[in-house]
Each structure stands twice: as C-alpha cells, then as structure tokens.
Design a protein around this ligand. Structure first.
Ligand SMILES: [Zn+2]
Length: 236
C-alpha cells in the first residue's frame, strides 16, 4: 500500500498563488462540491495578507481580478471590495495554525450529508484516509458567517486537517492550496464510499491491532500529533 502524501511544495509568488486559488475555485465547481455561490477559498501570502474569493460569486466564474486581498485583521486593501462572508473562519484557521497557508470550504454532497446527519468521520476504516488525512471530526452547529463559527471549530482546528461543520458543510486546510483542495476531494470520496457501504450493511472498522501496525509504518499528516491524527475508535 502506497502512503498517500499530498503535494506540499510551497508556492511563494503572489501571482502564482492567485492563479492557483482561481484554479481551486473552478475545480470545486467542476466537481459539484458547491452549488450556486456556495463555498470559499483562501490562501495566506508570504506578506501575511490573505487572498480570498469574493462574496456571492459562483466559484466557476471567479477570475484573478475577482480575488480580494485582505490584511490579517480582515480589512480589504480595497475597502470597496466585499470578501467572502466566511472570511472570519479562514482568519481563525490562520491564527491557530501557522504552518497552514490555504483554507477551502465547500458543501460536497456526501460529506455534507454526514454533517447534516451529525455523524463524524472519525472511525478507522480506510488506511489511506487515516494516513493522508486523519479523522474528520464534527464541529457543533454554528450560524454561518458569525463568531459562533470560531467557537465551533476551536476544539478541533489544532489537531484536524478536515472538519465537518454540522448542518452546513466541510472545512479543509493545507500547507498549500493543492493540499487543502485534495483533502476536500478525499473527504468527499470517503463519505461517498461510507454512504454506499452503509446501504450494503455497514463498514468494518480496522481493529486495534491493524491500526497499531498502520501507525508503525506511517508518518501521518505532517505537523500534527499522531495520537490526534489517528482515529480513536478502532473496531471492536
Ligand atoms: Zn458554507
């Protein structure tokens, strides 16, 4: 089994980051991870400022001219521009995780169904997901675009690279835009398989022994405590 590793090559040129952010916005739309004007994408520049998608724009239509640069306190460089209403959630991630340089938020169907059913994806089922992503906890419901969102993700953001937002959607983070996007793709793919498996009668979780052997060969999601990354609910 190949260990899944996400590309972490840091792009430092502002223009390159800008184009990657637009590319990720388009990919969210192409994969059906968002509907209408849902979702938002951001990246932290070497200057410390943040690039983020604008409010109320379909992700498939975002161009480099639409992306908004804000200071770390959230104020747009151009005061006439209106960044995503979820900007504060992105700012909170950057405050809490210095090594993280990209944040993606979307509403992919299967993972958002888990969020709506309030079922965390923390069971030890897929070795590749455990190694590449870790558990995906469920943050309690918070009214979108309010300060409640900070409080809801605060218990998990230090030790998770992907979080289900109850009755809302999914948040993923990465050292790069590519890494944050691929984590979204991975969460959704896992959620899709888990939902199909549920129709077949349910999944078998890895046993404690299987999980221990996996832990022995792995270097789970870099920068995180392996004890936090590994799901804590092995199969009985
Ligand atoms: Zn949302």
């Amino acid at each position: 089994m190949a260990q899944h590793s996400f590309p972490a090559t840091r792009v430092s040129d502002r223009n390159d980051i800008l184009h990657l952010l637009v590319d990720v916005s388009h990919r969210l739309a192409e994969h059906g991870f968002v509907a209408a004007t849902d979702g938002n994408v951001s990246a932290r520049l070497p200057s410390g400022n943040i690039l983020i998608t604008p409010s109320a724009m379909p992700k498939r239509r975002v161009t480099v001219a639409d992306v908004i640069e804000v200071r770390r306190d959230g104020h747009p460089l151009d005061p006439h521009r209106k960044p995503s209403t979820e900007l504060d959630m992105h700012l909170f991630v950057y405050e809490q995780r210095p090594e993280i340089h990209a944040v993606v938020h979307a509403h992919p169907v299967h993972a958002t169904a888990f969020a709506a059913a309030r079922i965390p994806m923390t069971g030890a089922v897929f070795p590749e997901v455990i190694l590449g992503l870790g558990g995906v906890p469920l943050a309690f419901y918070a009214t979108p675009s309010t300060a409640e969102v900070r409080a809801s993700i605060a218990p998990f953001i230090d030790s998770a690279n992907a979080i289900l937002l109850a009755n809302h959607g999914v948040l993923t983070v990465g050292r790069t835009l590519e890494e944050a996007y691929l984590r979204m793709e991975k969460v959704e793919h896992a959620a899709h398989i888990l939902s199909v498996a549920a129709q077949l009668g349910g999944v078998h979780r890895l046993t404690a022994g299987e999980l221990e052997r996996l832990r022995a060969i792995s270097r789970p999601s870099e920068g995180l405590d392996p004890d936090a990354v590994f799901p804590s609910e092995p199969g009985a």
